[in-house]
Design a protein around this ligand. Structure first.
Ligand code: AMP
Length: 219
């Protein structure tokens, strides 16, 4: 099964991608995660993308396509979850071509949506563990010890792009460039959306229901 998750920043894509990857036993492809790793180790790619990321705009498609090609060459299986890719129509069309070339096809593009005030609240209070990647929210899901990861004891960090001005820029980029994916995937009969409110488990259960219903309907 090939799935993709898209939605504005802060809607919970990363958390749900983790849960879904485990549930459906698939390979996860998250461009945001890969790019953050590259900037952390200051690779050539990392240095090139740093400024785009910290200002909240999209990294140029050509750089993204290199990462995608590398991933698809390494992962010949047909069980993949794309998280945060594609981010615009050009990337979506290119993904479709790459999949067809490999005799694969997308089952479902799932859009997660949430009210903007809630998104901003979530992102301002979001923290992550630089060691294990675990996510926290200082209000709704704080660590037991203030500022310390419960799993590995490291000091929690705030993402460079989780500052209010950058959050607003990322939301605008989402509306201007990514939201158009909904129409595109509707036209391919591979689109559903889910309201990402409630607990992680609530959202996860809703998503699994949608995926199973969509697959049954298509059979
Ligand atoms: P994310 O973790 O998905 O919110 O991505 C963080 C940042 O990485 C974005 O604001 C972009 O600057 C960059 N990025 C991630 N995925 C893509 C993509 N598919 N295309 C372009 N830029 C991306």
């Amino acid at each position: 099964m090939i799935l993709l998750l898209f939605g504005p920043p802060g809607v919970g894509k990363g958390t749900q991608a983790e849960l879904l990857t485990r549930h459906f036993d698939c390979a996860k492809f998250s461009t945001g995660e890969i790019l953050r790793e590259e900037t952390a180790i200051q690779s050539e790619l990392g240095k090139k993308v740093e400024t785009y990321m910290s200002s909240g705009v999209l990294v140029p498609d050509m750089l993204i396509f290199e990462i995608v090609d590398g991933f698809l060459t390494e992962h010949q299986e047909d069980n993949i979850l794309f998280d945060g890719f594609p981010r615009n129509l050009n990337q979506a069309v290119s993904l479709n071509t790459s999949l067809s070339r490999r005799n694969l096809h997308l089952n479902l593009a799932l859009e997660m949506y949430l009210e903007e005030t809630e998104i901003i609240n979530r992102l301002i209070n979001r923290r992550y563990c630089p060691e294990c990647g675990r996510l926290y929210n200082l209000v709704s899901n704080p660590p037991r010890d203030h500022g310390i990861c419960e799993k590995c004891g490291k000091i929690l960090a705030k993402r460079n792009d989780d500052r209010e001005t950058v959050i607003r820029k990322r939301l605008q980029v989402y509306h201007d460039e990514t939201a158009a994916l909904a129409k595109y995937y509707q036209s391919l009969n591979a689109y559903q959306r889910v309201h990402a409110t409630g607990s992680e488990d609530d959202v996860f259960n809703s998503i699994v229901k949608i995926i199973n219903a969509h697959n049954t309907e298509k059979r």
